[in-house]
Design a protein around this ligand. Structure first.
Ligand code: DX5
Ligand code: ZN
Length: 219
């Protein structure tokens, strides 16, 4: 029986009470904090940067899974390590020298993830699967929480599962965007390992219960 790792996305939290939101996640069944950093260039939105990440790190008692939606992410690898990132994901579409950047992340002492946009085929990851710890597969176009799940993500997830199993990599598949009670079970059946959930968790009157319900799913 396999259960997903659950990573609530801080992007949908109420930033006027960020400490309380972090404590809620600490005391929930969540496994990771998912933290979205946006630069207004790679994506049409700006979220937050190092000062906020450092504040989260002070209180967080779980893995910090940082998803960079920025151009030239290689410039900031050591800064994200200092700010508390445990896992650092960079976008395939934002990296000219992806292999070099992945090894820079590992050398800095973090786990390395590669994020792909909905239009990017999983085939581009074939040669690099053994080098990475995580694929962050976007199920919406990155930039905003609360968007509609793109249906062909199930097929991409299943394709990636087959590719990972074929090479015998321990790389995890994380699905980011549109995770809810309808999509989550199908994603698990398609081979997902990690479920990111923003709007689904934080728009609920009982986020702890929503996190538990995701954690209790199994295939
Ligand atoms: C979108 C972000 C996601 C976002 C997911 O660019 O990468 O992590 O918070 O939000 P929901 O779960 O609301 O689709
Ligand atoms: Zn994300």
């Amino acid at each position: 029986m396999k259960k997903a790792l659950v990573a609530p996305s801080i992007l949908s939290a109420d930033f006027s009470k960020l400490g309380i939101e972090v404590e809620m996640i600490n005391n929930s069944a969540a496994d990771w904090f998912h933290i979205d950093v946006m630069d207004g260039v790679f994506v049409p939105n700006i979220s937050f940067g190092f000062p906020v990440l450092k504040s989260i790190q002070k209180l967080a008692k779980k893995t910090l899974d940082v998803h960079l939606m920025i151009v030239q992410p290689e410039k900031f690898i050591n800064d994200f390590k200092s700010a508390g990132a445990d896992i650092l994901s960079i976008h395939y579409e934002a990296c000219t020298h992806l292999h070099r950047s992945i090894y820079a992340i590992k050398e800095a002492g973090m786990k390395a993830g590669v994020a792909i946009n909905p239009h990017t085929s999983v085939d581009v990851l074939k040669d690099i699967l053994s080098d990475i710890d995580l694929v962050c597969m976007m199920a919406v176009n990155p930039g905003f929480g609360g968007q509609k799940f793109i249906e062909y993500t199930y097929k991409k997830c299943a394709q990636l599962r087959t590719m990972i199993d074929e090479v015998g990599s321990k790389c995890l598949i994380e699905i980011d965007g549109g995770v809810n009670e309808e999509t989550a079970p199908k994603l698990l059946q398609s081979g997902a390992d990690v479920l990111v959930a923003g709007n689904y968790v934080f728009s609920s009157s009982n986020p702890v219960q929503i996190i538990s319900s995701l954690k209790n799913l199994s295939v």
